[in-house]
Design a protein around this ligand. Structure first.
Ligand code: 0O2
Length: 212
């Protein structure tokens, strides 16, 4: 494929990323207006770089004519949440949408990767209206907490810089750091639940008094 072919090939993926970002940011605003709290903190998106697509196609032995089905994360969306519970709420909201089709899910929170990576992945099929008709593209939605994102961002940049040569002790320290991020998430969830319980108690008591 030359530059023009790549441009045409990636066009629907670029459109999918832009549309999904708008839709998910709108969902955040709507939930904030409806419920005062949105389970979405912020949303980002990117189209995979050509060099990364080629690298992944080689690693997975995907022939060039099958990259649109063989590589599922050419279009990538990332949703950051404050709490682990929010991730499940957001996943449920995505499952119930009529403008996309869920293909499958990967729970790297329960089954975290050997590297320590934690995140919830949803592979979806998204219809894009192009000049020559409808094109269904695959996209990967990664849903993670701020702590999971903090870890993944730093680990990704270290891995990118050092490639396979990341020393063993650094890998082990990164795994420990991932554990620490997970402990932080658990602690934050427990603090939040205590606050919510206290708020509920307070509301129940004030309702009792106001009905007397
Ligand atoms: P980028 O720059 O985000 O595009 P794979 O991990 O690719 O061999 P699989 O099953 O195809 O296996 O991957 P999956 O589950 O779809 O996850 C791919 C993406 O998840 C990666 O994209 C990362 O964004 C993220 N990810 C997966 N494992 C790790 C990890 O150990 N550390 C970090 N930081 N991120 C991870 P790309 O293509 O690597 O990069």
């Amino acid at each position: 494929m030359d530059g023009r072919d790549w441009g045409l090939f990636l066009h629907p993926y670029e459109q999918a990323v832009e549309e999904l970002k708008v839709k998910l940011k709108t969902l955040r605003t709507e939930l904030k207006n409806r419920e005062a709290y949105a389970p979405i903190e912020f949303v980002t998106g990117r189209v995979k770089k050509i060099s990364s697509i080629l690298e992944k196609a080689k690693r997975l032995s995907v022939p060039m004519e099958k990259i649109d089905t063989g590589i599922e994360d050419i279009a990538g969306i990332r949703i950051m949440c404050q709490f682990v519970d929010d991730i499940h709420r957001v996943a449920a909201l995505i499952r119930s949408r009529k403008d996309l089709k869920l293909v499958y899910e990967k729970d790297y929170i329960t089954n975290f990767k050997d590297s320590g990576y934690r995140s919830y992945h949803m592979i979806i099929e998204y219809p894009v209206q192009t000049a020559i008709g409808l094109k269904n593209v695959l996209a990967e939605i990664q849903i993670r907490t701020l702590a999971m994102n903090f870890w993944a961002t730093i680990e990704h940049s270290l891995n990118y810089k050092y490639k396979e040569s990341l020393p063993e002790d650094v890998r082990n320290r990164l795994k420990k750091a991932a554990e620490a991020a997970s402990v932080l998430d658990t602690e934050m969830s427990s603090i939040r639940n205590e606050i919510l319980d206290a708020q509920r108690d307070f509301e129940e008591k004030s309702n009792m008094f106001s009905s007397v």
